[in-house]
Design a protein around this ligand. Sequence first.
Ligand code: ATP
Ligand code: MG
Length: 224
Amino acid sequence: MNTSAAANTKIPAIGILGGTFNPIHFGHLRMAQELADALKLAQVRFIPAANPPHKDMLTISAQQRAEMVQLAIADNHRFVLDKRELLRVGASYSIDTLQSLRDELGATASITLFMGSDAFSKFDTWHRWQEIIQLCHIALVQRPQLRGHDTALSKTLETFLHNHYSENPDDIHELPAGIVTMRQVTALDISSTALRKALKSNDSVRYLMPGNVIDYIQSNQLYC
Ligand code: ATP
Ligand code: MG
């Protein structure tokens, strides 16, 4: 009996998790794991942003954020670090990243972009956002309410959701792109913002992120 999830899929299917990962934490890792399982994905690529259009200046280098991702995913054979945004010059727009993935993986591969509810609530401000759904599916997860963040959807996004929504996660294996699905994952109220704050105040971040990433932060004296 072949128990590989990938063996059941009709076309190669991969997941994508973009983020600043400043630093990576169990919220990212757990949602990626649960979506990979629920959507039967052979691989999840973690794509750290180099120069995110929606973020203020970062205090640590993109290379260091990528190294922390690499450490965090090292023991998971389905998780892969993808550094394409770090290698590109200029602003990293998701549309360009997805186009380059599409060029690499081919027109028929199923590509699913993972997004937390906070990211999705701003999706209609992304560069050429309406074209993104032609390049990938989107899997949404509810993020525990972030204090001070409004995750209410605009009318435009509600219509977008309505037009592309599918309840059945298997649908993403029928098409390369075009479907939005929502999955429930274990709610972990962890954010990089809270971790940076804790590290700055010398509070422990144990049990919120992988131990080898904590070791890396300490030996490189990051976030202090
Ligand atoms: P920051 O506080 O610096 O914004 P963050 O914790 O939000 O960091 P990001 O790198 O901005 O992490 O997030 C990348 C992606 O992961 C986004 O789609 C975000 O919604 C999702 N995500 C982050 N943390 C969680 C979590 N705890 N649960 C589910 N999804 C998450
Ligand atoms: Mg964030």
